[in-house]
Ligand binder design. Sequence first.
Ligand SMILES: Nc1ncnc2c1ncn2[C@@H]1O[C@H](COP(=O)(O)OP(=O)(O)OP(=O)(O)O)[C@@H](O)[C@H]1O
Ligand SMILES: [Mg+2]
Length: 344
Amino acid sequence: MGATMGGEDLKALRASRKLSQDGLAKLLNERFRRSYDRAKVSKWENGVDRVPDDVAAFLTPADPAPAPGIPTANTGPATVLCVVNQKGGVSKTGTVVNLAWLLARSGHKVLVVDCDAQGSATIHLGLYPPEMELEGRTLFHVLLRKRPVQEAIVSACDGMIDLVPSGISLAKADTEISAMPHGELLLNKVLSAVRSGYDVILLDCPPHLGKMTTSALSASNKVLIPSNAEMLSIMGIPALLESVEQVQTMVNPGLSILGVLPTRFDARRSQDKARMQDLANMAAENRLRLFQPVRNAVIYVEGVNAGVPALKLDPNAPGVEAFVEVMEALLAPATPKAEATHGA
Ligand SMILES: Nc1ncnc2c1ncn2[C@@H]1O[C@H](COP(=O)(O)OP(=O)(O)OP(=O)(O)O)[C@@H](O)[C@H]1O
Ligand SMILES: [Mg+2]
């Protein structure tokens, strides 16, 4: 801590992260609630003003040789996949739960972490969030009330899937995380205690780009973006890609985007076909892989109602091929062409 950073170092660091002086000022203002501007960054870079120690420490960890100050994101034995889209109702939870089931059924040890105060993954896996709250077995208790993560894990789907449940208490997490230095790295730290025990950890994100989502991105190796074939869902993706890029730049340079998964697709609806083309264009523009779509089918609603993955109810449910494709991509050894490190 307290290492002095020269202007040239700052300039090189900013260039390596593809940030403008304005962009860097904006990131720092978000982080420290200050009001730096381009002129200030320029003064630091030209040696007119000294780079503040906390700014230097904050910017240093993503360097190839991490300096003390901020812990960098871990990458452990489990692959951590974060399923994220700030648009509500695009089947993030359905994707997590069904992918978890497929992975478990093919012999992988899977942990689902419910990162959403709605507790949808918890409910979808047959557990009751208020009961989990009473027992203190929720992600909130783990993150912010010092409950060891191992004590919060419950078993779901006849012992096939492990789950860190969530409930309404997690609604307070964003505020508490914001008030802590490097609070978004807490989830990563918590998961590092269990990474060695799983092949895959799936994070079900809430429908916003708040602190829980950035925490999940900071703790992940890969990102999957489900999107239904609707204009509003597609139009939100660039903002999401910006958040991914910020996390890559600041704390988790190894984060890559697995791809975009179209969901709730109905080939009989002409507007779905048109929006699929929009999704394909957006994916191509951003060099993202587009998976084949998961079809709209009532079995997915029945799965939620029964508290069971749809693919457990019917292993041949429409759309199973899409989940298999995602699973194979997730398990495949990373190749630079198969995944995009967005902005790299
Ligand atoms: N392939 C599908 N076909 C039909 N209905 C689906 C499908 N996938 C999900 N649904 C239904 O859509 C609704 C929303 O799904 P889900 O909860 O997975 O979305 P979400 O993105 O996680 O929502 P939120 O943003 O609130 O977390 C659920 O009621 C679910 O039953
Ligand atoms: Mg959800």
